[in-house]
Design a protein around this ligand. Sequence first.
Ligand code: NAD
Ligand code: WQD
Length: 338
Amino acid sequence: MAILITGGCGYIGSHTCIEMLDAGYDIVVIDNYYNSKPEALRRVKEISGKEFPFYECDIRDAEGLRKVFSAHKIEAVIHFAGLKAVGESVREPLMYYDNNVAGTVVLCQVMAEMGCKRIIFSSSATVYGTGNPSPLKEEMPTGAVTNPYGRTKFMIEGILADLCVSDPEWSAVLLRYFNPIGAHESGHIGEDPNGIPNNLMPYISQVAIGKLQKLSVFGDDYDTPDGTGVRDYIHVVDLARGHVKAVGYALEHNGVEAINLGTGVGYSVLDLVNAFKSANSVDVPYAIAPRRDGDVATCYSDPAKAAALLGWKAEKNVEDMCRDTWRWQSQNPKGYDE
Ligand code: NAD
Ligand code: WQD
């Protein structure tokens, strides 16, 4: 029996492969390498000291998926595969609906056909949209999203919930991630964004290493303690461990559950810049810039449901996140392109 990990070559997927192997699970990985490189999985094997099957396969390719499900006894699927760039989704909405939504439909069709009805889905805090106050709780209304990427996550949550209503054998755990940052403590795997990063932490680390000149802080007039945006940053290894717990839960329970994976603590942009500087003794030049469209002032989780249902809580602090990001960045200045 094995767990299939779609998008397992990506940032969160590669860290989750290691934690799943460490927990004793057999895994099978698929990825189409749209946003990742084979080197990531080579390093996962090196770190874990374990081998596992990999297939270069697109989740929209039903025939390819059937081959994978026929070759292995798959008990459950951790479904990371998807596109995640907010700005790109505004420019290319059909590409996002096709890849994320249609891709998930094809995956679920093949799963049902092959008798595998347990899925752990990578959702996002973005589904809470603009109307809810933090701390964000799972029972709050969702759907007031601000971009097509967010809408794909909201739509897929609905599709998986409908599936669980239609057939009580289905189990779907919708994991709503807050802001994953950090890297494996070995420094061998981490986030390797293409081009100029959109997200704060990779931007900070590329400024620190001199690849980018300075950070633009998007707005200092929000209603927050220092005026800059507040987010719930979570170490990617804690997040990966949350998936191990979610698999255990999905194997034992049917039906649908949405669960936040966050720390419950908010840090501002300047808090993170200062934490990075002091954890790593590096400089991070920045300048205040206008607000970025679509940003909310504050977004952090109530993590109580994950503790109650999964027995999981984040253990690493912001210093760990900053130190581990820097270890990865400074040891791999070109990411996986060495
Ligand atoms: P990532 O881009 O590093 O990983 C996604 C992986 O999926 C990549 O390796 C990519 O090549 C693969 N992929 C994409 N489309 C595919 C397809 N059609 N078939 C097969 N493989 C495909 O992203 P990540 O940061 O690891 O995110 C993983 C998941 O978590 C995504 O679904 C993302 O939307 C979600 N998520 C990410 C964040 C974040 O801030 N990183 C936050 C919330 C949710
Ligand atoms: C964090 C804070 C910015 C860059 C995004 C997606 C969300 C989820 C996680 C997938 C904000 C500020 C940023 C910069 C800055 N992804 N910032 N200068 O926007 O909370 O969430 O990633 O599901 O859907 O929207 O993360 O890292 O982009 O921004 O000042 O160069 O940093 O304004 O306050 P965000 P982020």
